[in-house]
Design a protein around this ligand. Structure first.
Ligand SMILES: Cc1nn(C)cc1-c1nc2c(-c3cnn(Cc4ccccc4)c3)c(Cl)cnc2[nH]1
Length: 280
């Protein structure tokens, strides 16, 4: 891969490993410091046996290829990767304030000004991604991290693809909550799937749970998604509900485009145009 040719060939002995920062399906993430420079990173360790069992090697290569070439303040950098006989290591930017979903769990829900700033940052990241013909396809709190100044960073590209590829088979695993009708119904999908997920994310940030969630039944969630059975609590402001309703639209072509989200009253009410949008 270009990454290895461009960069020095890393290995585990280049790093001092610190505490575990978090766990994911195929491995853990550790605090680590590169010995030569003292540069602190997040080192994601994935077990080859686990990856092979779940046939996600191709997805991992895509994640490395895509994220390795992205440069944006709201997208977590992938500096490089290396592997040994049993593990793959991704050298990632350290998000100093950890995982967004833990903050959402701790607070229950975010205030509208905080949610507006996060949505503005997500929109900027998606404008960049879509300009590079990359669809993320898996925007949800678990994949979002927080930088030193509370700025949001998209941390996981395991499900992203370059446009034009639909692989429904490998998409329908894990929670349906964030998936748009066209994916759950196995139809062709475009970058407009990320607009739907942005609407789900805004709803969950303001209400503490995704709009179509049904803990007991996958089937019910599925039916609520395709019928867009959306109920917005009264505490949500008129502007916020208007933006949610303009994103959670069954027909992907009718969802509010990214460049219109930035100008939406819910965003402009809290995020002056053109100013930095970190939330601390
Ligand atoms: C700092 C900090 N404090 N706390 C409590 C957490 C952090 C922090 N975590 C990260 C993390 C991080 C950690 N876990 N995860 C989830 C995960 C783990 C394994 C595979 C897939 C997904 C991401 C990263 Cl990548 C990048 N930066 C991180 N920073």
């Amino acid at each position: 891969y270009r990454l290895s040719q461009e960069r020095k060939q890393w290995s585990l002995c280049d790093f001092e490993i610190g505490r575990a920062l978090g766990k994911g399906n195929f491995g853990q993430v550790y605090l680590a410091r590169e010995k030569q420079s003292g540069f602190v990173v997040a080192l994601k360790v994935l077990y080859k046996a686990e990856l092979a069992k779940s046939k996600v090697e191709r997805q991992l290569r895509r994640e490395v290829e895509i994220q390795g070439n992205l440069r944006h303040p709201n997208i977590l950098r992938l500096y490089g990767y290396f592997h040994d006989e049993s593990r793959v290591f991704l050298i990632l930017e350290l998000a100093a304030n950890g995982e967004l979903y833990k903050e959402l769990q701790a607070q229950g829900q975010f205030t509208e000004d905080v949610a507006a700033r996060y949505i503005a940052q997500m929109t900027n990241a998606l404008l960049y991604l879509h300009s590079k013909r990359v669809i993320h396809r898996d925007i949800k709190p678990e994949n979002l991290l927080l930088g030193l100044k509370g700025e949001l960073k998209i941390g996981d590209f395991g499900w992203s693809v370059r446009t034009g590829v639909t692989d429904r088979r490998s998409t329908l695993c894990g929670t349906l909550d964030y998936l748009p009708p066209e994916i759950v119904e196995g139809r062709r999908h475009t970058e407009k799937v990320d607009l739907w997920s942005l609407g789900i994310l805004l709803y969950e940030m303001l209400c503490g749970k995704p709009p179509f969630e049904d803990e007991n039944s996958y089937e019910t969630t599925y039916r609520r998604i395709i019928s867009v059975d959306l109920r917005i609590p009264n505490h949500v402001s008129r502007e916020a509900s208007d933006l949610i309703r303009k994103l959670l639209v069954y027909k992907s072509g009718e969802r509010l485009p990214l460049r219109r989200i930035i100008q939406h009253p819910f965003i402009t009410k809290y995020v002056p145009q053109g100013r930095r949008t970190s939330s601390r």
